[in-house]
Design a binder for this molecule. Structure first.
Ligand code: BTN
Length: 253
């Protein structure tokens, strides 16, 4: 195990390999108390986990695979979407330094144009109606040149810019910004967070294709409500609201 290089803004644990950084950090936190923001970065994962039970593809040593822990005891579980928002914003703003066209695809994927550059998996432990502990796991495609899994539309920073970057430096920048946004969240600056999130949204403007339980339709995004509900307006002017996984973005247009 390697320890914090100078300048990393939060406690850092670097490992060569694990099944999943989320699981690793979860076990570590169950064994001994870890300081808030403690970050685990691994070069490789043997069982990287994605959303909906998917796996997360990442070539050995090429990308950024990390997890960090928060103790948002001040946050009611029903407001957990705020954590997705601030973490998404921190990542988006970091990637903005390297390229244009980065956006947040509701609820919490990071996109470059129509392709996914980053995914996250945030797991919460609740204490009553409040959040006791959250482990946020983030995978960002940095230097991988080719993708092989059936994931529909991956892209890496290298594929965009043609340059190699240091994943740990990118993590450092992200954690700096996560700390700043977390401070805003503690101050309950939820409106400011919401406004920035909406400004950063993928498909923020214009008519695009979506699919819900009833079929495919075209709509514009009206807003995202504080608890995470996506509000669309379809071509007939009807408002349609969705929670996570109730609607799919279609890429046929
Ligand atoms: C998604 O499906 O979009 C979420 C992907 C999350 C992947 C990251 S990689 C680091 C952390 N460890 C995991 O096993 N998953 C997350």
């Amino acid at each position: 195990m390697m320890h914090s290089p100078d300048g990393f803004p939060v406690p850092l644990i670097r490992i060569r390999e694990t099944n999943s950084t989320n699981l690793y950090l979860n076990h570590l936190c169950n064994e001994t108390v870890q300081a808030e923001f403690t970050t685990v970065i691994s070069r490789y994962q043997t069982a990287g986990r994605g959303q909906r039970g998917n796996s997360w593809e990442s070539e050995d040593g090429k990308n950024l695979l990390f997890s960090f822990v928060l103790y948002p005891g001040f946050l009611e579980a029903k407001r957990q979407f705020l954590l997705s928002q601030i973490i998404s914003l921190a990542i988006k703003e970091t990637l903005d330094v390297y390229t244009n066209d980065i956006s947040i695809k509701w609820p919490n994927d990071i996109y470059w144009k129509d392709k996914k550059i980053c995914g996250m998996l945030i797991e919460h432990n609740l204490a009553g109606s409040y959040i006791e502990r959250s482990i946020a796991g983030i995978g960002i495609n940095i230097n991988q040149q080719q993708f092989f899994s059936p994931a529909p539309n991956p892209v890496s920073l290298w594929q965009i810019t043609g340059k190699e970057e240091n994943p740990v430096e990118i993590a450092s920048d992200i954690m700096q910004r996560v700390q700043e946004y977390y401070r805003l969240l503690r101050q309950d600056a939820v409106e400011q967070i919401g406004v920035r999130y909406q400004k950063s949204l993928f498909r923020r403007n214009g008519l695009h294709s979506y699919k819900d339980a009833e079929g495919e339709f075209k709509a514009t995004i009206l807003r995202v409500e504080p608890e995470g509900r996506l509000i669309l307006k379809d071509e007939n002017g009807k408002e349609r609201g969705y929670m996570f996984k109730e609607v799919e973005f279609r890429f046929t247009d």
